[in-house]
Design a protein around this ligand. Sequence first.
Ligand code: ZN
Length: 241
Amino acid sequence: MDSPYLLGKLTRREFRQRMASGELQAVILPVAAIEQHLEHLAMEHDWRSVNLIAQRIATNLSPHVLVAQGIMAGVSEHHMTHPGTLTLRPGTFLNAVNDLVRSLIKAGFSNILVLNGHGGNIAVCQSNWDQFQREFQVNLQFLSYWDVLTAEDATELLKSGHRLPQDLPGHAQEFETSVALHAFAENVRTDALADQVDPTPSLATAETGEAFVERIVQRCSAFLNEMIQGTRTAPVPDFHP
Ligand SMILES: [Zn+2]
């Protein structure tokens, strides 16, 4: 099988047997956005990049992790002035996350990482996450994949002078454009890189993207491995009497 870590590629028998054997210990649910990424980068960027990271984590931790390809579109009302952007209203997005988490728990998972690839999804999830944890009582965590990077990574790798945490991921800027040049270069229109109001994305290189992806995959894998080992648990808040 080409992609034994993708939930959707398994048959029901394969899933049943792997879960019953105890082999499957965690699942990643990627969430993202389909939205404008300036003039030079394809609108699928957030979805494409978060799946790249998720699949590399699952490969690192094989055979214990599945990727349940989650929600392609996210909360992107702030990009709707650019036609082609798709957006979910915050309540719709949260309901979809909740329903998919519920399905994964029913399938037998108790370590669930919602891996985020879009800045607009953060506030919506953070403000509701403790309610989800109260409801589900499993190790359910939310992580934006760039959150594992440090200020030192940015200083070392970025030519644009963009900093962490305030400038990352930086919408279609040097960071995202470098990741695309490294992993799916067909999504970058190189002739448009400098042909726009802010030409900063033209500083992006595939080498920068590769260095970022390596660090992100390594650290996100460690994050998820700690969930599996039980050393990183979601703080399930107390119920108020
Ligand atoms: Zn983006």
